[in-house]
Design a protein around this ligand. Sequence first.
Ligand code: CA
Ligand code: CA
Length: 156
Amino acid sequence: MLRIVFLLALTAQCVSSDGECPLGWKEFQDHCYAFFEEKVNWLVAGPACDVYNSYLVKIDSAAENEWLVSQLKSLNFKDTFTGGSQRLHTFSWEWVPSLEKFGSYSNWLAGEPNFGSGVETVLQFWSANNYKWNDVRPSRELTFVCERAIKSCDDD
Ligand SMILES: [Ca+2]
Ligand SMILES: [Ca+2]
């Protein structure tokens, strides 16, 4: 009896999306993305993704970045938040909430990140510069993108 309960509990973590993205989400390479046109500050955007069992978009490759930019353009999204965040005091960049450090891929605009005014600590797509990466104030209010694996039991 105990064993049956245990198996059910394990299964329950993986069945929610059944191999497809939820309605209204877009699929790319086994991940699902939601593009939120409501503009909020960065501290609100993360918990908003959390509500959907997702996280602010984590850009892992040039292919993912290019796909995201094409979506932002077609949706006419301007400056848009990602999950990139600069760790306080160390100036190193990581993805929230996993706290995974940035990998080998990045797409910063030349001269960025510039830690502008000492308060630019989160990563946005900068539409005026062909959606290259830029650090901005978390208090700005921007559109944002949430990401989740197709199977919610996957890591990312
Ligand atoms: Ca990703
Ligand atoms: Ca900047």
